[in-house]
Design a protein around this ligand. Structure first.
Ligand SMILES: Cc1cc2nc3c(=O)[nH]c(=O)nc-3n(C[C@H](O)[C@H](O)[C@H](O)COP(=O)(O)OP(=O)(O)OC[C@H]3O[C@@H](n4cnc5c(N)ncnc54)[C@H](O)[C@@H]3O)c2cc1C
Length: 420
């Protein structure tokens, strides 16, 4: 295809990935249309923990995760669950996940995850400053707490890798933790401080970026589901929406957990499972930590925002199902006082619990790049637990792919056809 001088770019999905791609595509001068079947920014990119965390360089597929996962399957309150069902896509996903859960894969992935996360953080800063947008970007770092010997060992293993990667850490005992966050009474064994991490208020980011895109001249269409593709030879000519077709030159697949079912219609296999998580947000809390924290063994994230405090966690592979399992929400809240003695979550209202579906690839790396079979369709999905952490970097890469510029990071490990 000869690129028009101003390419028409159609982005499917207005989550944090689609919005970031729209922003950078518009910046290079493309004519951009962003389509979402619901409202922009109301799916998984809404109620998450908001971490922009270069500390998360170990991919989800890593040694030990299978054994731990099997143990958790037997515990109804555990942070991980696979709903038993006959689903060939799930079986295929598990097979790849098992194959990729090796030290070699961790070592092969950690550099690129670190680099994309660090680039993303820089781009969040740049957007906040250059566009004068407020989304509570705070660069205070992140505390990983542990309350068992096993948790300590696994945290220290990551500290060793961090040293190799030149990522700063500080290992702290209880008094060190109390110095960093004096309002908290730590009940855990210790923790690791990752000073290079940051966080944003995800719903604010989605709101201000949605407005910003419209100001920049992006056509934003909510309540517009993409139902299929209209092809011309090996290329997408347009996407089918109710009552018509939106034509374009380049198409970006940023449909989060819905992405794989959409491209199945094109005969493309994109292994992806929705990984459901929950969060509960307390407005105007009486007591709040200064720093965001992860409770390692419980896999619970705590994020202090300007006027609220959020507790989040759980990974349920249960298909495209947003229903809330009350016992797992309770388990998230019950874990908190095991680490922080003075944070009482017993009275927190569970009724308003939020759920979101992380688009989880089986190797813990996102899909970013052109599909071999349909070269004007670009994948930007599969970010699993790192959708915020890798968002703006992914958006910039998508724009570089569209412009046929050299990407600022090598894309080989993110190729969407890597399991075909
Ligand atoms: C509890 C929890 C905590 C988390 N905490 C963090 C964190 O601290 N840091 C971090 O980096 N990540 C975190 N994540 C993960 C992060 O939220 C996701 O990776 C990220 O939101 C995924 O963004 P996305 O744009 O790919 O998908 P989504 O936000 O789900 O957006 C996809 C969009 O595509 C639209 N769409 C789908 N199909 C179609 C179609 N056919 N037509 C039109 N539109 C369509 C949907 O309506 C949706 O709006 C967390 C997730 C959870 C659940």
């Amino acid at each position: 295809m000869a690129l028009r001088s101003v390419p028409r770019v159609v982005i499917i999905g207005g989550g944090i990935i689609g919005v970031s791609a729209a922003y950078y595509a518009r910046k290079i001068g493309a004519e951009v249309t962003l389509l979402d079947m619901g409202e922009i920014g109301r799916a998984c990119s809404h109620g998450n923990a908001g971490y922009v965390a270069p500390s998360h360089f170990v991919p989800l597929a890593h040694p030990g995760v299978i054994t731990q996962g099997l143990k958790w399957m037997l515990d109804p309150d555990s942070p991980f669950y696979i709903r038993p069902r006959f689903d060939p896509d799930l079986f295929a996903w598990i097979r790849i996940f098992r194959r990729m859960s090796t030290d070699a894969h961790v070592r092969a992935s950690m550099y690129i995850l670190r680099d994309l996360a660090q680039a993303t953080l820089g781009l969040f800063e740049e957007i906040a400053q250059s566009e004068n947008l407020a989304f509570e970007l705070q660069q205070k770092g992140l505390l990983m707490l542990y309350n068992s010997e096993k948790g300590r060992r696994s945290n220290l293993k990551e500290v060793d890798l961090a040293e190799e990667l030149n990522v700063k850490t500080a290992v702290l005992d209880r008094s060190g933790l109390e110095t960093l966050d004096p309002g908290m009474e730590f009940r855990c064994l210790g923790g690791v401080y990752w000073p290079g991490d940051a966080h944003i208020a995800p719903a604010s980011f989605m709101e201000v970026m949605g407005n910003q895109l419209e100001t920049m001249g992006v056509t934003v269409r909510s309540s517009t589901p993409v139902l299929g593709f209209s092809l011309s030879g090996k290329e997408v000519r347009g996407v089918e929406i109710p009552g018509g077709v939106v034509e374009g030159d380049e198409f970006v697949l940023a449909g989060g957990s819905w992405s794989s079912s959409l491209v199945k219609r094109l005969g493309i296999r994109l292994p992806l499972q929705p990984g459901k998580g929950y969060s509960v947000t307390v407005e105007k809390p009486t007591l709040t930590p200064i720093l965001p924290m992860i409770l390692s063994e419980a896999r619970v994230a705590i994020t202090p925002f300007a006027d609220s405090l959020r507790f989040g966690g759980t990974m349920e592979l249960a298909g495209l199902d947003l229903s809330v399992t009350r016992s797992r929400v309770n388990a998230i809240l019950r874990a908190v006082p095991r680490y922080l003695a003075n944070v009482d979550t017993s009275g927190v209202r569970r009724e308003g619990a939020w759920s979101g579906l992380r688009p989880v690839s089986p190797d813990g790396l996102p899909y970013i790049g052109r599909f071999r079979k349909i070269p004007n369709l670009i994948a930007a999905t599969g970010h699993a637990m790192l959708g915020v952490t890798l968002a703006t970097g992914t958006g910039k890469l998508v724009a570089q792919i569209i412009a046929r510029d050299r990407p600022f990071l090598p894309l080989a490990q993110f190729q969407p056809d890597r399991f075909s």
